[in-house]
Design a protein around this ligand. Structure first.
Ligand code: GLC
Ligand code: MG
Length: 716
């Protein structure tokens, strides 16, 4: 990338994060499972389009590496070129095998560390990090905060909306929670929305009805930029459309293949409501006499071998076809190739058909734009993106997808009136050209990024920020109260080990105490001054032996922090009492709580609604620390690791209570000492966290053994 001169911004380097699903540069396996669909395609095309923009130098699409016999080897490749300036970079995230997105949550902290390491490895600073979906949002908050670059977020679909619709359909809250981990997802979305500098949505309906359900709804940071469609593939049929292979596949189901086609093209996912459509068709003789129904829903060999969701959908569809005796009227081809999708639309347009989207929720509705470009009128669910697409393209009508009769009415409105059909078809083609190309999207995107960054220089060299203490290649960072201190004999033993290995292994503390209280207690227990002191719950960093204050950290966390307003707000909270004055710090507002405290969850929601950006840390069931969003022991450890060039795998962190939690969850080695609080129990299943038998420093000694912390380094 070109060097930057002082006032002329260089070109952009953009990092896209897409954690789940199967993504590769060519032949996307759309519909192969519930996580490989519209979003995957969107992100890949966005990468390509951005890379073509004249103000962009490089685009990296970071995703999860999958090494699994059941999927193609392509997903194991570490690097894959997408175009001259864009590439896919695959990084480890938990187990190697393919996992559905609901199972990825425990591995995202490690993934975030891997992302950080990758970006540092080439030393180029991104202009923005753009996270796609809640899981990437979780990762993006962490990475963007540590790199101090703006985060852009696109939710793709949002948890609260999904929860609402599933509840409406009669599913129980518990089963939704169990199936989709919905509260973890919503929590990640809240965090991301509070952190992101820019949220890109595809439709304004999405902003009004979906993002607005969130505590951190900030309309000013939302921008609607519809996704582009590669319209070149979706051209209308010409008059002599010859018989394509897909025609054969479809026509073999039908007694009168010349009739117009009602086309549904969607993943076999219950939310797509294909059964609702089939029922509507089955109940309307008029519709059956006017048109055939064609359902293209992924590929299948044996229905019994599909994943559970798809299997249930197919079983229901086939049972309905039988129940309504729709033989000869409904086609549901077993297979189609991705490159045949445009032919499928063309076939439907050629037969003067209608495209129908009867999904329960449809935040995007890419298929509706593809239909428009092909000149195929649509009937679509009146719930999501379709509202805006139809407003722009004027190529059809909206219906209530939960109401059979309304679906039928919409279809008849178009199928029974050839003039109406013609008008919709023409308007759709014009609208798609005007509103939905990727080239236009990329330009509007870059304009947003430019105004976000202002005239600020776009590319910084990370290397320049590093201050390395060359000799230290690993470090123990321990909490003090309940962890380091408490057992004199064990602490003495630990002290000896620290001295013995001090030429290459560092020692640090991370504590809730103030710097003064920290130095007092270390002195009292006869400990040397640590190399690093992370104090006041991660809001302050000092370096020994001169107790030098890290001003860089101070500046980094001083972001949307309003302590005065926060304290005022807390006046009305039940069961909280401000701690002593000397415990209150610039970036730390601390309370003691009693039994009448209503809990962290409710407080978090209320703070968000009040627009107070706060990181809440709860320890020992009795202390409540309110910190800036970017501050915590975990963030401080990562900031320091970067600054000193120590890799996270070589950092052993030790703790006993809630305020230690977030420094344990990533790629560091972690030890939870025997005498820990129950707040840390949830770390039990993490691979890199060791639960010691011994209390206090005994636990740390055990972990030193367990991880072989002082193992000789081949480089020494
Ligand atoms: C220490 C601090 C206190 C904080 C607690 C939990 O006890 O003095 O202010 O609330 O740690 O982090
Ligand atoms: Mg402690």
């Amino acid at each position: 990338m070109a060097q930057t001169s002082a006032n002329k911004p260089s070109k952009h380097y953009i990092v896209l994060l897409n954690v789940h699903g199967l993504i590769r540069a060519r032949d996307l396996e759309l519909g192969s499972d519930a996580d490989t669909g519209g979003q995957t395609k969107y992100v890949l095309e966005l990468a390509e389009a951005l890379a073509k923009n004249k103000n962009v130098a490089r685009v990296d699409l970071l995703t999860r590496q999958v090494i699994d016999q059941n999927v193609s080897d392509d997903y194991a490749l570490e690097r894959e070129k997408v175009s001259a300036a864009a590439q896919i970079v695959r990084l480890p995230c938990g187990p190697k095998r393919y996992l559905r997105k609901e199972s990825l949550w425990p591995y995202l902290d490690c993934f975030a560390d891997n992302v950080l390491r990758y970006i540092r490895s080439h030393g180029l600073m991104p202009s923005v990090i753009h996270a796609h979906y809640a899981d990437a949002g979780y990762v993006g908050c962490r990475v963007a905060s540590l790199l101090d670059v703006p985060l852009v977020f696109t939710g793709h679909s949002l948890g609260r909306e999904k929860q609402r619709l599933l509840l409406e359909k009669g599913q129980s809250a518990e089963s939704i929670e169990e199936k989709y981990n919905i509260s973890t997802r919503i929590e990640a979305e809240e965090e991301t929305l509070s952190f992101a500098s820019l949220v890109i949505a595809s439709t304004s309906q999405e902003v009004d009805a979906q993002y607005a359900r969130y505590d951190h709804y900030q309309p000013s940071r939302k921008k609607v930029i519809p996704p582009g469609t590669d319209i070149s593939k979706f051209y209308p049929p010409n008059a002599h459309l010859s018989k394509l292979p897909i025609h054969t596949e479809v026509d073999k189901f039908l007694s009168d293949p010349k009739k117009p086609v009602i086309l549904a093209l969607a993943r076999p996912d219950e939310r797509k409501n294909l059964a609702g459509l089939l029922r509507a068709y089955g109940n309307s003789e008029k519709l059956q006499s006017l048109a055939n129904l064609v359902i293209v829903a992924g590929n299948r060999d044996k229905i019994a071998e599909l994943d559970r969701g798809a299997r249930n959908v197919w079983r229901e569809l086939i049972a309905l076809i039988d129940e309504f005796d729709l033989y000869g009227k409904v086609a549901y081809p077993k297979k189609h190739k991705p490159e045949q999708v445009a032919d499928i639309y063309r076939m439907a347009a050629h037969r003067k058909g209608v495209f129908v989207n009867s999904a329960l929720t449809e935040p995007f509705g890419l298929t509706l734009i593809e239909a428009a470009a092909t000149g195929l009128p649509v009937v679509a669910t009146d719930d999501g993106g379709p509202q805006e697409i139809i407003r722009n393209c004027k190529h059809g009508v909206l219906v209530n997808a939960l109401d059979d009769k309304d679906i039928v009415k919409g279809l008849l409105h178009i199928l029974a009136k050839p003039k109406q059909w013609q008008q919709y078809s023409q308007q759709g083609r014009a609208g798609a050209q005007k509103y939905y190309t990727w080239e236009g999207h990329a330009q509007r995107y870059i304009d947003c990024v430019d105004s976000l960054l202002g005239s600020q220089i776009k590319s910084k060299n990370i290397q320049a920020r590093r201050v390395k203490k060359i000799s230290t290649d690993r470090i123990l960072i321990s909490d003090i109260d309940g962890t380091l201190i408490g057992d004199t004999k064990a602490l003495q033993q630990l002290k000896e080990l620290l001295t013995q290995h001090e030429s290459y292994a560092g020692f640090g503390v991370a504590t809730g105490r103030t710097i003064k209280m920290t130095l007092d207690v270390l002195n009292e227990w006869n400990m040397p001054i640590p190399d690093i002191l992370i104090t006041s719950v991660g809001t302050e960093i000092y370096y020994g032996p001169n107790i030098a204050y890290d001003m860089g950290w101070h500046q980094l966390i001083d972001h949307r922090w309003e302590p005065r307003r926060l304290r005022e707000f807390m006046h009305d909270e039940k069961g909280v009492r401000l701690q002593e004055g000397y415990k209150q710090r610039t970036f730390k507002v601390s309370y003691d709580v009693d039994a009448s405290f209503t809990g962290v969850k409710g407080l978090r929601t209320r703070l968000r609604k009040a627009g107070l950006h706060t990181n809440i840390v709860y320890s020992h069931g009795q202390y409540l620390d309110l910190l800036p969003l970017r501050a915590s022991k975990g963030f401080a450890v990562r900031y320091f690791a970067d600054k000193w060039g120590i890799s996270l795998e070589k950092i052993l962190v030790a703790g006993d209570s809630g305020n230690d939690l977030d420094m344990m969850v990533g790629r560091t080695m972690g030890v939870v000492v025997g005498n820990h609080e129950k707040e840390l129990e949830k770390l039990r299943d993490l691979e890199r966290v060791y639960f010691a038998q011994g209390d206090h420093a005994n636990g740390i000694l055990e972990a030193i053994n367990y991880f072989d912390f002082y193992a000789p380094n081949p480089a020494h």
